[in-house]
Design a binder for this molecule. Structure first.
Ligand code: NAD
Length: 437
């Protein structure tokens, strides 16, 4: 394919070299004449393992050139990859100056072009930037319509400096956010030989994935450092601890616990976060990340309460209030927090949980209910149908299988608040609302 690459920094130079090495004809574009000259001389404009040899060979073999002329590059390519910088402004917001300018320039060149051209944003930009900045700017400067007269995709880059070339060939995944299938198909051909999952999705999801990834990586570093600092204070080798931690691919390094939903609870997580952060405090070790976990969890409970109460209805039914489906354990169940707040505000409540009926539970949990939350036991009913008869707002509090077809059971005047994504996740305001979807 004939490809133009805008921005010859870390991402652009690596993409240009590797795509040319793969046999494509690549034109690099940058307003910086020095970078353009360097490429044309066969020299890499960045210091990065393996890229020097790739660029010099590609230039020598005539597959890679560079220019400052946008018109020449767009005219002689079918697809443009935008790799310009998106730095932080002083207040932390994203500086889109370079993105805007490059879109104006590419749009003006597309205006002069008869054939279909695809513009692919590889720069990291916040969700909504494609919709609010990239597409409108390209449309205004080209006088053409995105998705019809030219194509637009978002294709976040996952390479790491220092291992950029090997990351380019073995990325963890390739994500294509597309406005139209035709553009996505054209872009996908660049990745046919990649040994990585190719995921095609909408543009905003692709934009968000990149931030989710990087914030997660930053969180991992901060988390490991705080654990290491506590370990050092306790005379424990933090590397040994984290090595063992990393052996666990079931709960630690896995998709488990990584689905947006309601607050965590139960007899272990809140207690153990509290104990470790208190221990750190006694050791004079600052752990702002660990300290933020419980307040964050509390805010998710408040969010659930707000969603339930903002409907202005008094009759509430709760389906599932043990801290997760399949258990009768109510200790530190966040749904119990919700229930207590609603009781305190005078709501008319009924509660149902197949696993929590006074007739069936025994031992410490029965004592807990009778001694600690007797006000809750009075509201418990033994049939789900009683909730559906009573409630104006039905809250799904855990993921028990019997709640799955709840939407087919409610009346038109009832609304379901889903804290656990029991349904498909498609929000229907006034009928079905998920806590964070
Ligand atoms: N560096 C990384 O490891 C990395 C990894 C993944 C994603 N990203 C993202 O990719 C984007 C680029 O990052 P980078 O580190 O390569 O940036 P960089 O600052 O190294 O390079 C950006 C280049 O864009 C050029 N440029 C500016 N305006 C231009 C225009 N109108 N036309 C053509 N070129 C123009 C600049 O001259 C510069 O050479 C950023 O959004 C960044 O967040 C970077």
């Amino acid at each position: 394919m004939n490809i133009s690459i805008f921005g010859l920094g870390y991402v652009g130079a690596v993409s240009a070299g590797c795509l040319a090495k793969d046999g494509h004809r690549v034109i690099g574009v940058d307003p910086n004449q020095t970078k353009v000259n360097l490429i044309n001389e066969g020299t890499s404009p960045i210091v990065e393992k393996d890229i020097g040899g790739i660029i010099s060979a590609s230039v020598r073999e005539g597959r890679l050139t560079a220019t400052t002329s946008v018109a020449e590059a767009v005219q002689n390519s079918e697809i443009s990859l935008v790799c310009v910088g998106t730095p932080s402004q002083l207040n932390g917001s994203l500086d889109l100056t370079y993105v805007r300018r490059v879109c104006e320039e590419i749009g003006a060149a597309i205006a002069q072009k008869a054939s279909f051209h695809v513009v692919v944003a590889r720069s990291t930009m916040l969700p909504g930037t494609m919709r609010d900045v990239v597409i409108p700017t390209l449309e205004a400067s080209s006088g053409k319509r995105a998705g019809v007269d030219f194509g637009v995709c978002n294709n976040p880059e996952f390479l790491r400096e220092g291992t950029a070339v090997s990351d380019y060939y073995q990325p963890p995944k390739t994500v294509i956010g597309e406005t139209d299938g035709r553009s996505g198909d054209i872009l996908a051909t660049l990745y046919v030989n990649m040994d990585a999952p190719l995921i095609r999705t909408d543009v905003a999801t692709a934009e968000m994935v990149k931030y989710t990834d990087n914030v997660w990586h930053a969180l991992k570093v901060g988390f490991a450092n705080e654990i290491g600092n506590i370990c050092k204070s306790l005379g424990i080798d933090g590397h040994k601890v984290m090595d063992i931690f990393c052996h666990d691919h079931k709960l630690n390094l896995s998709s488990y616990y990584l689905k947006p939903g309601f607050a965590f609870g139960g007899s272990c997580l809140p207690k153990d976060v509290r104990a470790l952060t208190y221990k750190a405090k006694t050791l004079d070790i600052e752990t702002p990340i660990l300290n933020s976990i419980l307040p964050g969890n509390q805010l998710q409970i408040q969010r659930g309460i707000k969603m339930i109460t903002e409907h202005g209805k008094r009759r509430i039914g709760i389906l599932g209030f043990s801290f997760k489906a399949g258990t009768d354990d109510l200790r530190e169940s966040p749904v119990v927090d919700v229930i207590e707040t609603l009781i305190g505000k005078g709501y008319d409540l009924k509660l149902y949980d197949k696993n929590v009926t006074l007739a069936s539970i025994t031992g410490s949990n029965r004592d807990y209910i009778l001694n600690h939350i007797p006000h809750i036991s009075r509201l418990m009913v033994s049939e789900m149908s009683e909730i559906l008869t009573h409630a104006e707002v039905v809250v799904v509090g855990n993921g028990a299988a019997e709640f799955r077809d709840i939407l087919s059971k409610i009346r038109p005047d009832q609304v379901v608040i889903d804290l656990v994504r029991i349904g498909s996740g498609r929000s229907e305001p006034g009928r079905y609302e998920g806590i964070c979807w």
